[in-house]
Write a protein that binds this ligand. Structure first.
Ligand code: 4AD
Ligand code: MG
Length: 427
């Protein structure tokens, strides 16, 4: 029986297995807190109740040993989860050495022992929240009639800025690790029209912040025959689908992480405000009293100030052309801007970046040249505009940022099992 089922059963004879989370006791009595993936339970082993071999094993058992215990359940308010198991049989399945994560819990020590830290209750909850978000993202786009589609990870060009590329030796040439699936997704939609992916993504960003990883998982969608407002709606609805799924299926995890779920509930009730970049700058300067120049990308503190004005995520649209990528479509009534948008959430900032795509091949070529790129290296991409181009667009959602926000985590590093940053790539 798993430990959660045992806690609900409250009485009777059962057998559980799991790992020793804590242990204490004396010459006649051992108290073990045993954990499995579901919960923890207090177990008591009395010398008089078990045979000699079992008592010997119980006396020596160490934190993180794997154990199997048969015994009798009873309600006990002093036990951490309200139920206690009195052992009649005790077996060690796998012994443990002195576990390194009992006393020194400094950030550095935890990071060096990440492979063991995964067993902490906090990481257990964060990893389950992660799995829930992946599932909810897929379910949302499956439900909307999208196909899962995949781009190569080895790519020959940049998409989101050359300075952030990781290059890899590829036989006699040099390639880059994927920064986004986008250029390959735009080819895919002329065949299957509505597509999504969740894939590893690599950015050589030398930023040590709570929202940057060098390897992260991006969930992306691309769709033919849409307007940018359709993309705003998908962005809002997929975020809501993830929040709704977590509220329904991850109650214990959110409670363990001490996440205020009323804030998440609000996300399901109110539509996300959509404001243009122009309005955002006006609000920052006039309502908040900052001094932000038009034409610059929004910085973390500006994103944070904006999100504090609302209690739900906001969609900022029509950024200046200068700060956005070459493929974004000009805003028809305001050609200094593009139909690119970001979804911002409180505490994390940008979780989604997306846009309507430029259809005019000459504008794309000019924009590539402005970025210092050689358009001849983008022939496969330019072909998408030569043969039956249609209005289309898409976005990318940073999964770790989404999970960090939903779980109220301490940054993106808590949202992935083995975070990669400029200085951390081991274990
Ligand atoms: O805004 P970005 O750069 O958008 C694109 O790459 C588009 N090509 C996506 C598309 O339209 N298909 O990245 C999208 C999201 C960001 O909003 C952010 O959540 C996440 O990816 N992201 C990162 N997450 C963690 N660490 C990093 N270094 C990230 N860089 C971007
Ligand atoms: Mg972006």
């Amino acid at each position: 029986m798993n430990i959660q089922e045992a806690l609900e059963k409250k009485q009777g004879e059962i057998t559980i297995h799991g790992w020793v989370h804590r242990e204490r006791g004396n010459n006649n009595l051992r108290f073990l807190i045993v954990r499995d993936t579901h919960n923890i339970i207090q177990c008591v082993i009395k010398k008089e109740d078990v045979d000699e071999t079992m008592w010997g094993a119980a006396e020596q058992v160490k934190v993180e040993a794997a154990v199997r215990i048969t015994g009798t359940l009873r309600v006990d308010e002093r036990a951490p989860t309200g139920v206690e198991l009195t052992a009649t049989e005790f077996y060690v399945i796998g012994e443990s050495n002195e576990f390194p994560l009992t006393k020194d819990l400094s950030a550095e020590h935890i990071a060096n022992n990440r492979h063991l830290w995964l067993r902490s209750r906090r990481m257990n909850a964060a990893l389950k929240l992660r799995a829930a978000c992946f599932k909810a993202f897929r379910e949302y786009f499956d439900g909307e009639g999208f196909y899962e589609y995949h781009s190569p990870i080895f790519q020959a060009t940049q998409t989101e800025g050359g300075s952030e590329l990781f290059s890899v030796k590829y036989f006699d040439t040099e390639l880059y690790l994927s920064q986004t699936w986008q250029l390959y997704a735009e080819a895919g939609i002329s065949s299957i029209e509505k597509i999504y992916t969740i894939a590893p993504t690599f950015r050589a960003e030398n930023s040590k912040t709570a929202r940057h990883l060098t390897e992260f998982w991006m969930a992306e969608m691309e769709q033919a025959f849409v307007e940018v407002t359709d993309l705003h709606t998908h962005a809002q609805e997929v975020i809501r689908a993830c929040v709704r799924y977590c509220l329904e299926h991850c109650k214990e995890e959110l409670a363990l992480l001490e996440r205020d779920t009323t804030a998440l509930q609000a996300v399901l009730e109110k539509p996300f405000p959509r404001i243009t970049y122009d309005e955002a700058i006006r609000k920052l300067n006039e309502e908040i009293g900052m001094n932000v120049e038009w034409g610059k990308d929004l910085r973390t503190l500006e994103e944070e100030a904006l999100t504090k004005l609302y209690n739900v995520p906001i969609i900022v649209t029509d950024y200046p052309k200068e700060v956005k990528a070459f493929y974004m479509k000009e805003t028809p009534e305001r050609p200094e801007c593009v139909q690119g948008f970001d979804v911002l959430v409180q505490g994390v900032g940008e979780v989604i970046g997306g846009s309507q795509r430029e259809e005019d091949i000459q504008k794309i070529i000019d924009a590539l040249k402005r970025e210092g790129e050689d358009p001849s290296e983008y022939e496969h991409y330019l072909d998408t505009r030569r043969y039956g181009s249609v209005p289309h667009g898409g976005f990318g959602l940073g999964m770790e940022r989404l999970i960090a926000w939903i779980g109220g985590l301490d940054g993106v590093k808590e949202a992935i099992a083995f975070p990669r940053t400029p200085t951390r790539y081991n274990p």
